[in-house]
Ligand binder design. Structure first.
Ligand code: FES
Length: 453
């Protein structure tokens, strides 16, 4: 895949002397890497207190060490290759505006410090919000991900518009021919093969929304709120990126996520002006840690990098370094915590039950729940699952009244798709595949578009 993880992995393997070929279904950077807010931080939400509680001090220290090394690797690579990508060092903050959230942030500051990170609790921030507490992580970074990616990709052999359709051992079949490889790395966001590996049973996807504003503040760092209604902030030159509205992919039938952000922008910076909006999604594992390493015991030459849980920059770099080390036989003991074959029942139990419940509900809904509306009742500019000719179909009616009718059966494993009015897309609640209103495939693990009706 031609996103951050794939490009960096190919780059480091090539640098280690291997001959690499990168296959990308669309264009380099056209997936989630082109939509990230590109914070390069060891601060990944309140993760260190969670790691300490669920995995222990050693794992928290390993996670911190991998992420710190990833930031330094970005700085080194950008320096060595002379990449102009607006790389900038600055602090990263977690904040709460809720007095009840202060204790958890104090614990996070302590846990992060214990893991070896320069992190302190503070009440001083540059946010125009009534912040009750924050954790400041010193010396983090941000950059322009696509400028960086383009420069790194320019030294690689990349085939764009080349979708891998089947993989058998070291033979990859694509729409444009076949490739034989000694090693195969699946760095394609969500692995599209169901077996082996069973990644579809171990991950769902979560979607988030971003506005780019002109005329908002210049902040002193990057920010992330830990409250239910927490927001993400970072500057990009004169502009400010405001993020939020996270939800499980396939669960936004009411819409309004961009409106929430617009309301917040108007309240914080009434003089600001929106110049762009977009959304992205990421893979969430059951225990919250990425899967980086051997794909499955039954395919010893396959590797995987996925499940970055919204922290795709440092985790992509971590994946590239760990996979290079594993493939070239270098020692890297810290990588154990990301092993895709790990067994962490304690840390995984809650998500395992939730994901299982979703799969059962969303598979059975397609068969048992009747649509709520008839086709004629759908107003222009809206989409939904409706009854048409005694059948359940997905329909989008544009402002001119033109109809786009598709099957609502997800081609991945058959769950019922849900309409996302914010993106005018059909989204799958089971594993996060997405399709535009004409049925064209947008996001994997599905490999094909929707059947038109
Ligand atoms: Fe798996 Fe839809 S993404 S069933």
């Amino acid at each position: 895949g031609g996103g951050m993880a794939g490009i960096l992995t190919a780059y480091y393997l090539q640098k280690a002397g291997l001959r690499t070929v990168l296959l990308e279904a669309a264009r380099v950077g056209s997936g989630q890497t082109g939509r990230t807010t590109a914070k390069i931080t060891v601060q990944h939400g309140p993760i260190y207190s969670t790691l300490l509680r669920s995995f222990g001090a050693k794992a928290a220290g390993q996670y911190a060490s991998i992420q710190r090394r990833a930031i330094e690797a970005f700085a080194e690579l950008i320096g060595e290759e002379g990449i102009a990508c607006d790389f900038q060092r600055l602090p990263a903050y977690l904040y709460t505006a809720d007095p009840a959230g202060v204790t958890a942030l104090r614990q996070e500051a302590e846990a992060a410090a214990r893991a070896g990170i320069d992190a302190v609790f503070t009440k001083e921030t540059a946010l125009p919000l009534p912040v009750k507490g924050a954790v400041r992580f010193a010396d983090q970074a941000q950059f322009h991900p696509l400028r960086f990616l383009e420069a790194v990709a320019s030294s690689l052999t990349v085939y764009e518009n080349t979708r891998v359709q089947k993989v058998k051992g070291g033979l990859l079949h694509t729409n444009g021919g076949s490739v034989r490889a000694q090693y195969v790395v699946f760095a394609c966001h969500y692995p599209f093969l169901n077996l082996p590996g069973y990644y579809f049973m171990r991950m769902h996807q979560s979607r988030g929304y971003v506005l780019a504003l002109e005329g908002a503040s210049q902040l002193d760092g990057v920010y992330l709120g830990v409250d239910r209604e927490g927001f993400s902030f970072r500057n990009s030159g004169e502009r400010l990126l405001l993020g939020g509205g996270n939800h499980r992919t396939g669960e936004n039938s009411a819409g309004g996520k961009y409106e929430e952000l617009r309301k917040k922008a108007a309240a914080l910076w009434p003089q600001s002006r929106e110049i762009a909006c977009w959304s992205a999604q990421d893979c969430m594992t059951m225990d919250g840690l990425p899967y980086i390493g051997p794909y499955s015991p039954s395919e010893p030459s396959w590797y995987v990098a996925t499940g970055f849980a919204k922290w795709g920059m440092t985790n992509s770099m971590a994946a590239a370094i760990l996979l290079r080390d594993q493939i070239t036989g270098r020692e890297n003991p810290d990588g154990d915590i990301f092993s895709p074959q790990r067994f962490t029942p304690g840390a995984s139990a809650k998500t395992f039950l939730e994901d299982g419940m979703h799969a059962v509900r969303d598979l059975s809904r397609r068969i048992f729940s009747p649509p709520k509306a008839l086709l004629e009742e759908l107003p222009p500019g809206h989409g939904g699952v409706v009854e048409y000719d005694g059948e359940k179909v997905g329909v989008y009616k544009n402002e001119e009244g033109e109809l786009f009718m598709v099957s609502v059966k997800c081609p991945h494993l058959g769950c019922q798709l849900e309409w996302n009015p914010d993106e005018k897309s059909w989204d799958c609640p089971c594993h996060g595949s997405r399709f535009d209103y004409t049925g064209r495939l947008l996001d994997n693990p599905a490999q094909s578009s929707l059947s038109p009706v």
